[in-house]
Design a protein around this ligand. Structure first.
Ligand code: 5GP
Ligand code: MN
Length: 339
C-alpha cells in the first residue's frame, strides 16, 4: 500500500512549518493502537518543534499503563478544563485512529467549536466523515501505528526520528490491532517496519507480557463466565455466536475498563463460525462489538443493524434497548443477513 505523495506533501506543510500549538486526539475507550499511535505521533511533532497536547476522551485500560509517556496523556473525563483549553487554542488538531467525531464523545464538540484549526485525520477505518481539512485515510493498513510509521518515514525519508520509546509505542499499536500478527493486511512491508522497530531495541517478549499477561484474576473469571454464557444460532449454514454481559454481572467480577477487551474474539476459534458478537450493558446504552471470518463483512452488519461501523472483520455499534431485546434484534439481523 503506497502512501500518496499528495498526502505527504500536505502533511509536510504542517509538520515542517512554523512551531504551532497542536492537539493529537484519539477515540473513546482507547485501545493499544489508539494510545500507541497517538503517543508516537505526538512525540514526532514535538521533535519538529511543536507544542503538543495528547488527548483521549476517557481512561485507557490498565494493560497499557506501563507504556512509555502514557502519563502525558490528558484524559478529558479527568482533566476537562485542560483539554478544553488545549483544543480551543490549537492551530492544528490531529485525529488519530477513528473516523467520525462522534467517537470522541465530549471532545468532538470542542473540536467543532475551533473553526480556525487545521483538522487532520490519520486513520485506517472505512468511510471517514468529510469534516477534516486533510484526510489521511488508509483502510488497507492494519493499524494506525503502522500508518504513523509509514508517514514518518515518508516525511523524513528515513525512520531515523523513531527512537526506542516511539518504537515501543508503535509496536504496541501494530501488535494489538493485528491480533499479534494474525489478522488481515499482513504485508511484507509491515514486517520490514517491525524489523526496524526491533533494531531500535524494543523487547517483544516484554511487550507481549505487559499487554497480554497482565490481567487480574477477576478479569479471567469474567472471561470464563462470558464464554460459558455464549450462545450460537445457525442460519443457512452460517453460525453466529453472541455473549451478553449485564451491568450486574460486570459488578460481580469487579469490572475495570478494558477487562472485556478481546472477549468477542474467542467464539471465532470455533471451526466454521462466521460472526461473533458481544453486548455489554453500560449506564447509557449497550455497546456492541462484532468480529467476523475473513469473507464476512462485519462493518456492513454493524452499520445496517447497530448504528455503527468499523473494519471488515472487526466492527462495533450501539443498542438503546434492553439486553434481551438487543439479543432478539441480533438474532433477527443474523437471520436477515445470512438468509
Ligand atoms: P471494538 O469491538 O474493539 O470496540 O471495535 C472494533 C472496531 O469497530 C473499532 O476499531 C471501530 O472501528 C469500530 N467501532 C466500534 N464501535 C463503533 C461505533 O459505535 N461506531 C462506529 N462507526 N464504529 C465503531
Ligand atoms: Mn486502529
Amino acid at each position: 500500500m503506497e502512501i500518496s505523495t499528495k498526502d505527504i506533501d500536505a502533511l509536510r506543510v504542517l509538520v515542517a512549518g512554523e512551531p504551532q500549538r497542536m492537539v493529537v486526539v484519539s477515540h473513546t475507550n482507547p485501545d493499544g493502537d489508539a494510545v500507541g499511535s497517538s503517543l508516537a505521533w505526538a512525540e514526532y511533532l514535538r521533535r519538529k518543534g511543536h507544542h503538543v497536547v495528547c488527548v483521549v476522551p476517557n481512561r485507557f485500560p490498565s494493560f497499557l499503563e506501563w507504556m512509555p509517556q502514557v502519563e502525558s496523556l490528558k484524559i478529558y473525563k479527568l482533566h476537562a478544563d485542560e483539554v478544553e483549553h488545549a483544543v480551543v487554542q490549537a492551530d492544528a488538531i490531529f485525529c488519530i485512529d477513528f473516523n467520525q467525531l462522534e467517537r470522541l464523545e465530549g471532545v468532538g464538540p470542542l473540536i467543532e467549536q475551533n473553526r480556525r484549526a487545521t483538522k487532520v485525520l490519520i486513520d485506517h477505518h472505512l468511510d471517514p466523515t468529510p469534516v477534516f481539512d486533510l484526510l489521511i485515510s488508509y483502510p488497507p493498513i492494519s493499524s494506525t501505528a503502522y500508518l504513523v510509521y509509514r508517514l514518518i518515514e515518508a516525511l523524513d525519508g528515513s525512520a531515523q526520528a523513531i527512537d526506542r520509546t516511539m518504537a515501543e509505542q508503535l509496536y504496541v499499536g501494530i501488535m494489538t490491532d493485528t491480533g499479534n500478527f494474525s489478522y488481515s493486511f499482513l504485508t511484507p512491508d509491515l514486517f520490514r517496519a517491525v524489523a526496524v522497530l526491533v533494531e531500535k531495541g524494543i523487547d517483544i517478549p516484554h511487550i507481549n507480557r505487559m499487554v497480554y499477561h497482565s490481567f487480574t484474576s477477576d478479569r479471567l473469571r469474567l472471561l470464563g463466565h462470558a464464554l460459558n454464557k455464549m450462545q450460537i444460532v445457525e442460519v443457512n449454514g452460517y453460525r453466529a455466536a453472541w455473549i451478553t454481559l449485564s451491568e450486574a454481572e460486570l459488578r460481580r467480577f469487579n469490572f475495570q475498563i478494558g477487562d472485556s477487551e478481546g472477549f468477542v474474539n474467542y467464539p471465532l476459534s470455533i471451526r466454521g463460525l462466521a460472526l461473533s458478537a458481544i453486548f455489554i450493558e453500560t449506564r447509557a446504552f449497550i455497546r456492541a462489538s462484532f468480529r467476523s471470518r475473513e469473507d464476512i463483512d462485519a462493518s456492513i452488519f454493524a452499520r445496517r443493524y447497530f448504528d455503527g461501523g468499523g473494519h471488515k472483520n472487526a466492527s462495533g455499534g450501539k443498542s438503546f434497548t434492553s439486553l434481551a431485546e438487543t439479543v432478539e434484534n441480533y438474532k433477527k439481523a443474523v437471520g436477515e443477513f445470512f438468509g
